[in-house]
Design a protein around this ligand. Structure first.
Ligand SMILES: [Zn+2]
Length: 382
């Protein structure tokens, strides 16, 4: 028996054979140019190399099985894959063809496993916002309203709300065309002016919108304030706060809710006031609010240019305050830093050029300057 000068030509293994006690025996596989010889205390058998068949099997294809047409019902096996590197086998055409087939199979199995591991989280991740949107649309409106009221209560604990009825009524009248432009009957929109000199406004779930007195007083035209209100209104109608809350509960709770059992979502929503107070909308939700807010403005016949001039105002203010470099981190804020104000202005400009070409917008009729004066007076007298 030739050893081909190789260090290893003996491999631990076994054989299945109907004549062996129990049908199998352990032993040694000896590889040579003559074939594979199996030796055990029960006897020996030689599988010639020609017509030798190789199969991989067992858990994770860890075992090599050899079969031969001359010995039907009999197979030799080893877990020592080094056997395949033995020159007598490595150069055998049939064996190497089967090895490469096995290699391809293994490659596809690994590729499929990797794909599965990557694809499932990716699919879930991609599905998360649409899934949250679907859940949010099915949430009873009073859950939303209740949450909005809870947050508003916390806001009013920290800031003073303008209570002068005629000012509130006038401001509501100013925003009314935007409310109508949403075309939704789900919400009873209400808007509150809070005494705060910063340029800010925000929307709460359920239809409550808050605008800082500073934003109204610094505006040059009503259209600027209305531009911001259109954006905030879109956050309400697109349920961005609710969607952000729902995304945090995970797909299991979402699924439970959608198939009819609450799954604890009511409790999560009821307890999300603190989360909302510290929350910032995602980049996608801000873009969506810009776009849908723009639609509302155009539909209501309000010049959307106001939103742009107001963005520019905000930008100037930020540059002056922060040297233009720092980021404004404000929660519940219109002044989101993402997407950047430049990008938002550029996008709105494009839409104006494309969609309102040749259209002239009538100025908002209400005497905005006089409203500002009276608001200023109201704040000054306190
Ligand atoms: Zn926003």
């Amino acid at each position: 028996m030739s050893s081909l000068g190789l260090a290893q030509d003996k491999f631990e293994g076994g054989a299945f054979h109907p004549q062996l006690p129990g049908g199998r025996a352990s032993g040694t596989l000896l590889v040579s140019v003559a074939g594979i010889r199996f030796e055990s205390p029960h006897g020996a058998i030689v599988f010639p190399l020609s017509n030798l068949q190789l199969e991989m099997g067992g858990a994770g294809d860890r075992m090599c099985f050899f079969k031969h047409p001359q010995f039907p019902g009999c197979s030799l096996f080893t877990t020592d894959k080094a056997i395949l590197k033995h020159p007598a086998l490595a150069h055998d055409r049939a064996v190497s063809a089967q090895r490469s087939q096995w290699g391809r199979r293994r490659f596809f199995a690994v590729a499929a496993a990797v794909l599965l591991v990557l694809a499932i989280p990716m699919a879930l991740w991609l599905a998360k916002d649409p899934a949250a949107g679907l859940v949010a649309r099915n949430i009873p409106v009073d859950w939303e309203v209740k949450l909005g009221e809870t947050v508003f209560e916390q806001v009013t604990n920290r800031a003073r709300v303008v209570t002068a009825p005629e000012l509130n009524a006038e401001f509501s009248r100013l925003v009314q065309p935007l409310f109508a432009a949403t075309g939704t009957t789900r919400y009873q929109f209400q808007v509150h002016i809070v005494e705060d000199l910063s340029l800010n406004a925000f929307a709460l779930p359920g239809g409550i919108m808050v605008v800082h007195s500073g934003l109204i007083l610094k505006a040059d035209r009503a259209e600027e304030v209305l531009g911001v209100m259109g954006h905030e209104l879109a956050h309400v109608t697109q349920q961005h706060s609710l969607r952000a809350i729902v995304q945090r509960v995970g797909l299991i709770v979402m699924l439970q809710f959608l198939i009819g059992s609450d799954g604890g979502l009511a409790g999560v929503i009821a307890n999300s006031a603190d989360f909302l107070l510290g929350q910032k909308f995602s980049r996608d939700h801000e873009r969506e609010a810009d776009n849908i807010g723009f639609d509302y403005l155009v539909k209501a016949g309000i010049d959307p240019q106001g939103l742009i001039t107001f963005f520019e105002k905000i930008q100037k203010e930020q540059d002056a305050k922060l040297g233009g470099a720092a980021e404004v981190e404000a929660s519940l804020s219109f002044l989101s830093t993402h997407p950047g104000t430049d990008e938002r202005i550029a996008h709105l400009r494009k839409r104006i050029a494309k969609e309102t070409k040749g259209r002239t917008f009538q100025p908002v009729a209400q005497d905005f300057k006089s409203f500002q004066d009276r608001l200023r007076q109201q704040l000054g007298t306190k």
